[in-house]
Design a protein. Structure first.
Length: 362
């Protein structure tokens, strides 16, 4: 079986982790790197903003044409699209007419509670029905899609790359450089900032690594030198490893119940303090494998307690890591589970008497 995987293939990204995991399961996997095809780095921020909001323009058109051409050349049985906000419906129809089985995977919400992000995702909402399988990590989105005859909407999970997020300690110099008590790494949302400010008001030593909107906040002066620029690649992992407590405040805009950090923090052997959600409670036993909070008072109280009780904190961190491994929260384990479903539905579609699905290999 020949598969084409269309997604961002930056080795530090979660898309590449999923790509690598599927390649371990089915070696005849080929990559279509959307970073190279869209090539946003060679254009202005204004041009990129216009194309990604209007969802038309030369780069989007070229990427869609390239995907069709690549499929004509490769003749894959399955095309897996990861975060296909750029893929047009006519492109998917052209692939479907080639007899290709179409799979989509997304870890973001379809209806973001922010108009700027929501505009970028409207094409993905329009194309959802063009896929044979639509994997989403969002419970609400899966329920909405499940009522339609197409696609087959399957709930999957966020995970972590166990090769990168692993518990080996930092060396002496790195340990000193990244030594922090409380760390939050992530994008700005008002709800997230409110939790950080509660920790600051309580006199707790929290550090935030975030992108530009954090620095534009009206509370910028209060955040002070606790706020640092966003991290990438290995520095991101070092910051998690160097923290006594890793904070996880899930996105309200994406109406998430977990985040990648829900698994990356324990995967690094660091204590997880996260907002209490049903999915978090399914993933970890509270007070034994992780700790959770429901409001700012509980956040402050638990952060202070576990900073003052290192033995309890470290024991919970060890059990959290064990739970990650034993319960299969790695991308390798999740893709092994989901790939079985893809193959089953692919074989079912191939076996059905559907002329649209017949293809010639003469």
């Amino acid at each position: 079986m020949k598969i084409l995987y269309a997604g961002t293939l930056d080795p530090s990204g979660t898309c590449f982790s999923r790509f690598r995991a599927i390649r371990e399961l089915d070696p005849d996997l080929h990559g279509f790197d959307t970073d190279q095809e869209l090539n946003w780095s060679t254009t202005s921020r204004l041009h990129r903003a216009i194309e990604t909001h209007v969802l038309r323009g030369p780069r989007l058109r070229q990427a869609n044409e390239s995907l069709i051409a690549r499929c004509r050349e490769l003749r894959p049985d399955i095309v897996w699209v990861d975060a296909g906000e750029w893929v047009r419906p006519e492109t998917l129809r052209a692939l479907s007419e080639q007899g290709i089985f179409l799979v989509h995977h997304v870890t973001d919400a379809l209806d973001a509670r922010d108009w700027r992000v929501d505009m970028k995702r409207r094409l993905l909402r329009d194309t959802a029905s063009c896929y044979d399988i639509f994997f989403t990590t969002n419970m609400d989105d899966q329920k909405k899609l499940a009522g339609s005859p197409r696609p087959v909407a399957l709930l999957t999970d966020l995970g972590y790359d166990h090769r990168r997020f692993e518990p080996s300690p930092l060396s002496g110099d790195l340990a000193a450089e990244w030594d922090n008590e409380l760390v939050f790494i992530g994008h700005y949302e008002a709800n997230t900032e409110a939790g950080i400010l509660a920790l600051i008001d309580a006199g707790l030593p929290v550090r935030v690594y975030g992108h530009a909107p954090w620095f534009a906040s009206k509370n910028r002066s209060k955040l002070g030198d606790r706020l640092r620029p966003q991290l990438g690649n290995e520095d991101y992992i070092r910051a998690l490893k160097g923290a006594r407590i890793g904070l996880c405040i899930v996105s309200v805009l994406n109406y998430n119940q977990t985040a990648a950090r829900s698994f990356e923090i324990p995967g690094c052997g660091t204590f997880l303090l996260a907002i209490r959600t049903p999915q978090h409670l399914d993933c970890y036993e509270e007070g034994k494998e992780a700790e959770f909070f429901g409001d700012h008072e509980e956040l402050v109280r638990k952060a202070r307690y576990y900073l003052e009780h290192p033995e309890e904190r470290e024991a919970i961190a060890r059990r959290g890591l064990e739970r990650c491994v034993e319960s299969g929260y790695s991308w390798d384990a999740l893709m092994a589970r989901d790939w079985v479903k893809v193959k089953e539905l692919f074989e079912k579609a191939r076996g059905a008497e559907d002329p649209r699905r017949s293809r010639s290999h003469e």
